[in-house]
Design a protein around this ligand. Structure first.
Ligand SMILES: [Ca+2]
Length: 162
């Protein structure tokens, strides 16, 4: 009887260890099977490679999210959260694609494909400049201000979960 009690105690301790080990200690996705995983928090997912706007759009779509939209610019709490997120993981040295583009009619910038025209704007000084006549997609400068750029240029994807 005593042996059964000891055995049960060991079993309970083992189960406890296994479940404790399953809980991620950090709010970040871990590399799996030797491949680099995206950096993931409660609200955002960042790609670890740069890609064109369409690939970035698909990258977020595959994870049931969308590219980042900052509808309210500086007044947007999301912008503050994003800033804090990239600072936390020291990823503030990248430029990131935004959800917006003017692919639909080549004139009006909209959030998403076929979405609403952007109302509040947070363009960097002198933007959008459509440099070279080929800048239809929106991205963030390192200053977290908006820029228009060639959709086939390569930048990092930032996805928002909600
Ligand atoms: Ca530009």
């Amino acid at each position: 009887m005593k042996q059964v009690a000891i055995f049960s105690a060991i079993l309970v301790a083992l189960i406890h260890c296994v479940s404790a080990g399953d809980v991620p200690s950090q709010d970040i996705a871990r590399p799996s099977k030797g491949r680099l995983a995206p950096v993931e928090g409660k609200r955002f997912i960042l790609s670890l490679t740069s890609m064109n706007w369409f690939a970035a759009y698909g990258f977020c779509n595959q994870q049931n999210t969308t590219l980042l939209s900052l509808e309210l610019g500086n007044a947007d709490n999301k912008k503050k959260e994003f800033k804090a997120f990239i600072n936390l993981y020291h990823l503030e040295d990248h430029e990131y694609w935004l959800y917006g583009s003017r692919l639909e009619d080549d004139v009006t910038f909209r959030w998403g494909l076929g979405g609403l025209p952007i109302s509040y704007t947070d363009w960097s000084t002198g933007q959008p400049d459509n440099a070279g006549g080929q800048q239809r997609c929106m991205k963030l400068f390192k200053t977290i201000l908006w820029d228009d750029d060639n959709c086939f240029s390569k930048y990092y994807a930032v996805c928002q979960k909600y």
